[in-house]
Design a protein. Sequence first.
Length: 320
Amino acid sequence: MLVRSLVAAGALVLAGLSSSGSFAQSDSAWDNASDNASFKRCGTPHPSAKEAKMIEDNFRKLLALKNAKRPPDKGPPGSGGEDGGSGGDNTDFTPVPCTGNPTYCVQVVFHVISGRRGAGDVDQSMIDLQMDVLNQGFAGSDYEFALAKTNRVNERKWYTGCYGSQERSMKTALREGDASTLNIYSCRPNGILGYATFPWSYASSPLLDGVVILDQSMPGGTAAPYNEGDTLTHEVGHWLALYHTFQGGCAGNGDYVADTAAEASPAYGCPVGRDTCAGEGPDPIENFMDYTDDYCMDRFSTGQDSRMDEAWLSFRASQP
């Protein structure tokens, strides 16, 4: 009961906010457009320092309770242990195995939304390449992503309204699986490359859970310099509880990861040697959670990997 209460309490922090809505903005640089693209890198809600602290406090309490409840002889949650989450309501796919031996084999349902004259109806080969890029980005972590289903839907309103007015209707109609299932929606989210929900949002808004990406951000798309597939890697980082590396700027708790140097504002292009926070070391421009060009970003940190694992146990392995 206590675990369930903590999940519900954490959900109240996010109550009333759709995943494409806004938190209070504490870092005006978040809203800056890139110098070399006509859209923002990411539309994922950005919490203020106060909101982030409330979320983090609940996260840590819930994690401690989950760890205390877990028998020492059980396997990692999500990999066949007692706390593994693999089922759920509105599930119309058969789980597929991962090719490696990851701690967490994440089932993916990929929704391809298309519009007028088939705009956005990308080839399966493009989706397969995107899945390869996603798994390459998470290589060395505890995660592998297995494409369980590709779902193609022709709906003009959803295609152009997937960031904003049509998000809820689209996701309510299409989302499959439980908290451990990654639902991806490719469409045309006006003005941005993509956005995601954080794992602590699932308890209050399970049908909104997932990741939305611009169709042309996938490998071979037209959204240069963001057309090598790393938009999805970035957004899945959010889905697994990572903030931007510039969260909070140079002060405070930043992104709550100790081994990513604080960063005053988003980095664009690939500015080698950029250092915006005194005494913190070079900005983490190669990190997937910054805003640099796809060719520049190639890593998560060890601390980020640990945070994703803690979030999986707390929010995605099972819902108490």
